[in-house]
Design a protein around this ligand. Structure first.
Ligand code: GUN
Length: 286
């Protein structure tokens, strides 16, 4: 039987309603959640992501402040701006869109963000917290995947989960969050020899490698849950994931499409982290 296709767009719409209700309550109490987005340079994909994020904020009533800097902006100017935002009571979340141009010291920039406003979860404190299960904010893409699995009542405890891709943004935090929930986790990456020997063992396969058609049906266990985090643009403009969707859906029990799977949940969880942050600030006022 073909897999159930998990509709990330529909789930995102439902979850956003909840975040809108929480935003409305905060606004009634005199505090509008605020997200600051910093974009450096003119990477077209980053520009599109940022547009998506600020639009999503507007949809649920979150105030968003977009600061754009040219690629030649001195690093100190960005750091100064982050320090201003750290002190700004109208801002509860700060996000620096990645990738940054290569001459920036990524660690220095990310660690300048106040931990309690680090809604992307990339500050070293937050990253370290993933080890002990004490992050201030979980990073948005793995958090979105977790929410997708929960929405289908897929319990990860005791399951073999294989994460393909070891990026700081997705693969590594995803693996740690799953381990925290008692999954047996294996991380594969670009240097892994014979990827299929690992992927065939997966009850839950999470793919974030950025390679179209990396995962073929013969690499997937029958009835596995397959979560495709990849977003690849084909020369004809179409977006596809890392998984051979049509082939693998015949074998899996659940599968996420691209687009319309994990993507909408990433932005949604960013909204969630921002609302959560504003709620914490509101609680501190009393
Ligand atoms: N670039 C790709 N994914 C992300 C993300 O989740 N957050 C930020 N800030 N930049 C990204």
């Amino acid at each position: 039987m073909a897999a159930k296709v998990i509709d990330g767009k529909a789930l995102a719409a439902t979850v956003r309603q909840e975040f809108k209700r929480r935003t409305d309550s905060l606004i009634e109490a005199g505090l509008r959640p605020g997200l600051a987005v910093i974009l450096v340079g003119d990477n077209p994909a980053s520009r599109a992501y940022v547009r998506n994020k600020t639009k999503a904020c507007a949809d649920v009533g979150i105030y968003s402040l977009l600061s754009e800097f040219t690629v030649n902006t001195p690093q100190d100017d960005i750091l100064r701006h982050i320090h201003q935002l750290n002190a700004d009571p109208a801002i509860h979340g700060i996000l620096v869109q990645l990738p940054l141009p290569p001459h920036f010291d990524l660690r220095l920039i990310l660690d300048a963000i106040a931990q309690e406003k680090d809604v992307d979860g990339f500050h070293l404190y937050n990253v370290g917290g993933l080890i002990s299960g004490n992050t201030v904010f979980p990073p948005c893409t793995p958090y979105g995947v977790q929410r997708l699995l929960e929405s289908e009542n897929i319990d990860v405890a005791g399951q073999n989960v294989v994460v393909v891709g070891a990026s700081n943004i997705v693969g590594k935090p995803m693996a740690l969050m799953l381990l925290q929930r008692d999954a047996t986790v294996c991380i594969c990456h670009a240097k892994t020899r014979d990827l299929a020997q690992f992927t065939v063992l997966a009850d839950i396969l999470i793919v974030a490698a950025g390679k179209p058609n990396l995962i073929l049906p013969e690499m997937v266990k029958t009835s596995a849950v397959v979560i495709d985090v990849g977003i690849n643009r084909l020369p004809d403009g179409r977006l596809i994931g890392d998984v051979d969707f049509e082939g693998v859906r015949q074998k899996a029990s659940y599968i996420t499409p691209v687009p319309g799977g994990v993507g909408p949940m990433t932005v949604t969880m960013l909204l969630g982290n921002t609302v959560e942050s504003a709620e914490r600030f509101a609680a501190l006022r009393h």
